[in-house]
Design a protein around this ligand. Structure first.
Ligand SMILES: O=C(O)CCC(=O)C(=O)O
Ligand SMILES: [Fe+2]
Length: 219
């Protein structure tokens, strides 16, 4: 399932992160592309530095606080994170991301958008799904979270600059269908708690949810 995560960063946080990301040195993104993706990847990525690590930590900390992110992704590990930049003429053609990065399985991917929507044209993240493509071009501070298994692309930027933080997560729960069951139970338990408080039935539901999670969690 694909989820839009609203307000991962508030406006002040996203402005600060954008400023820090703008000041980073960038290099050709092809260096980190796999054999086939290299031919369709035309973007830039921030080069390794302490300043980059600080930007990435702020982003992963903000995501880790986000309730929907936690419930949907059940993150065990941020496998890889990077800051990417697309200027005019840059794009990333259709590709699938590696199943294993840095020795860990990649279950879900995210893009955390940093640039104001009116500051660039193009640059939508397109997921190529069975029936039709879905396009995501979100407000700065919002993120899209999607299964790493899908074919996707970033459409060409025609003006301005698209800055984003992109990353891959290993989940505690490998099977997307099981992750969906656990997320549904989170939503149901939250609603039950809101409506009627901590009743014996709520406790039963929480017990079932915790025990399913324990059954399915790996590692
Ligand atoms: O920038 C994005 O939204 C996604 C980029 C991407 O697909 C990748 O880096 O593998
Ligand atoms: Fe990708």
């Amino acid at each position: 399932m694909v989820f839009v995560l609203g307000n991962v960063l508030d406006q002040a946080e996203v402005a600060a992160l954008r400023e820090a990301a703008t000041a980073l040195p960038y290099k050709d993104g092809r260096a980190t592309a796999g054999r086939y993706a290299r031919g369709v990847k035309r973007n830039e990525q921030a080069a390794k530095s302490d300043a980059l690590s600080a930007v990435l930590s702020k982003a992963t900390e903000a995501l880790s606080r986000h309730e929907v992110f936690r419930s949907v992704a059940r993150p065990r590990k941020f496998v890889r994170t990077l800051v990417s930049r697309y200027g005019p003429g840059m794009e990333y053609g259709t590709h699938v991301d590696d199943a294993i990065m840095a020795g860990a399985r990649t279950d879900m991917s995210f893009t955390l958008f940093l640039s104001p929507l009116d500051s660039y044209e193009g640059g939508g993240l397109i997921m190529e799904e069975q029936i039709e493509d879905r396009r995501f071009r979100l407000e700065p501070g919002d993120a899209v979270l999607y299964p790493t298994s899908v074919l996707h692309r970033v459409e060409g930027v025609t003006s301005g600059e698209r800055l984003a933080i992109v990353g891959w997560i290993q989940s505690w729960v490998r099977d997307p269908a099981r992750r969906e069951v656990l997320h549904d139970l989170d939503v149901a338990a939250d609603a039950l708690f809101r409506d009627s408080g901590k009743t014996p039935h709520f406790d039963r539901l929480l017990k079932a949810k915790a025990n399913l999670y324990r059954m399915w969690a790996e590692g």
